[in-house]
Design a protein around this ligand. Structure first.
Ligand SMILES: Nc1ncnc2c1ncn2[C@@H]1O[C@H](COP(=O)(O)OP(=O)(O)OP(=O)(O)O)[C@@H](O)[C@H]1O
Ligand SMILES: [Mg+2]
Length: 260
């Protein structure tokens, strides 16, 4: 299939291999995954699984050693600018100006990407609403909680209306209440059809947000499916995804693999 025939917003990763100098194993060891346009995919894995490495390859910040990656019809090697034009990225740390208010941060970014004053204001209103921050728009970011910063960072990445949003560990380090408000903000953002790839170490988060889950371990895909399929695959109807740990899932899939 020629790349321009792919649906807008899809992500295709095939045979991706990445090794860092001096490491005893590759960070990514032949990863395949596909996210269809408008779907939310959770890349679920423990520390060191390779989540951030894959996200960085998708953003064109890290070069893979082998494989093919197409984001929204653009190849990361042949058309990195095309990829960057399609994506919004939310990294682990917020890129916000502490002395500005939430509204000022959003309006500033909006002006920087070329919106006029009225459009920047209108887009800011929309995004403050999606972040659940309407009442806090005038407050300085320096007084924001971790969850509020994260929500503001999330919507800041949506100013340009990217067709693909990449989010690395949206809720790590946040308390359960703040996590729920992030989930609501992600849901508000995906309601308009944005394709999302998010990484997480939390089964519950994958279950809450994702249409499809890819379980990554030590650079390899261990299993892929809907949250429901993966719960069935793990083989214990009583084992609710939200109540088990990622290690349990790894163990179940590993034992299953050995038994097969
Ligand atoms: N710049 C780098 N140089 C050397 N090794 C690296 C580099 N970046 C990542 N690695 C290694 O690659 C592997 C995958 O790391 P990565 O950061 O992608 O994992 P992760 O799933 O994002 O983990 P975490 O949940 O801790 O964020 C790890 O073994 C890590 O040590
Ligand atoms: Mg990481």
């Amino acid at each position: 299939m020629r790349s321009h025939e792919r649906p807008r917003g899809s992500i295709s990763v095939r045979g991706v291999w990445k090794s860092f100098p001096g490491a005893d194993r590759p960070a990514l060891d032949g990863v395949d995954l596909r996210v269809d346009a408008g779907r939310v995919c959770a890349l679920l894995g423990a520390n060191g699984a390779g989540k951030t490495t894959l996200v960085r390859i998708l953003t064109t910040l890290t070069r893979k050693d082998a494989g093919t990656v197409i984001v929204d019809g653009a190849d990361v090697d042949r058309d990195p600018a095309g990829v960057r034009a399609s994506i919004g990225v939310v990294g682990q740390y917020a890129a916000l100006d502490e002395v500005l208010s939430a509204r000022e941060n959003l309006e500033l970014f909006a002006r920087l990407v070329g919106l006029n004053r009225a459009d920047a204001r209108a887009r800011t209103d929309e995004l403050l609403d999606q972040a659940g921050l309407c009442e806090h728009g005038g407050r300085r970011v320096s007084g924001f909680s971790g969850g509020m910063r994260r929500r503001l960072d999330l919507v800041t990445s949506m100013i340009t209306r990217p067709s693909v949003l990449l989010i690395d560990e949206p809720t790590t380090g946040l308390d359960p209440v703040a996590r729920r408000t992030i989930w609501d903000a992600v849901r508000a953002l995906v309601a308009d059809g944005t394709t999302v790839l998010l990484t997480t170490q939390y089964l519950e988060e994958a279950d809450e947000l994702a249409d499809d889950v890819v379980i990554l371990r030590d650079g390899s895909v261990l299993a892929t499916g809907t949250p429901k399929e993966l719960k069935a695959l793990v083989g214990e109807p009583r084992m609710e995804m939200r109540e088990s740990t990622l290690e349990d899932v790894y163990l179940h899939l590993h034992e299953r693999g050995n038994a097969a």
